[in-house]
Write a protein that binds this ligand. Structure first.
Ligand code: URA
Length: 193
């Protein structure tokens, strides 16, 4: 991505904000795009929304180090404007490769732009904190849409709701793992017959 001169937002940005965390994780979080502090530091979610995201992760028993956090665009849009569809598409080529390489069990979308990538017709008010089975480029994933942490900072009831939604993540992960191990057992028993 550093070499790719065609990435549409690179000219106005200080640096690439690729992603942070464990590339072998089971949970990937995808936000919108770098803001001022992320552009300065080269790391996603290090400003106010990032501080709240850290709190949300901790309420789910998780840390930044054990998940992977990235965005739908990896250069800061000018004046923090919304990313445009052609920009999301351009960075999406790389985001898809990240997802393919990490191969997570859960993708948590933070805000409407990353939700729109996996659940194009969903409305956040109706779906936040719920799990959706998605086949993404041939891979079975669970997508959990969440409100963007910045929305929680603006609205106390969204904040409270988002804390509750994050607390559901360990249970969702456990459920996926249980399903996988009973499927594996079933296959093993069939092989014995
Ligand atoms: N908001 C985002 O969506 N991403 C960041 O990295 C920071 C703030």
């Amino acid at each position: 991505m550093r070499e790719d001169k065609n990435l549409p937002l690179r000219k106005g940005a200080t640096q690439l904000v690729f992603g942070v965390g464990d590339p072998e994780t089971e949970i990937v979080f995808i936000g919108e795009g770098p803001g001022y502090y992320e552009d300065q530091k080269g790391e996603p979610f290090v400003g106010n929304a990032g501080a709240f995201l850290n709190q949300l992760l901790s309420s789910a028993g998780l840390t930044r180090q054990e998940v992977f956090i990235t965005n739908v665009v990896h250069h800061r849009p000018p004046q923090n404007r919304d990313p445009e569809p052609d920009e999301i598409k351009a960075y999406g080529l790389y985001l898809d490769q990240m997802i393919d390489i990490i191969s997570p069990k859960i993708i948590v979308t933070l805000g409407r732009f990353s939700m729109g990538k996996f659940l194009p017709s969903a409305r956040i008010t109706g779906v936040h904190g719920k799990k959706f089975d998605v086949n993404w480029e041939g891979e079975d994933l669970v997508v959990v849409p969440m409100y963007h942490p910045a929305a929680g900072l603006r609205n106390p009831s969204v904040k409270e709701q988002t804390v509750e939604d994050f607390k559901k993540l360990p249970g969702i992960l456990e459920e996926i793992k249980n399903k996988e191990s009973s499927k594996k057992e079933e296959v093993e028993q069939m092989q014995l017959v």
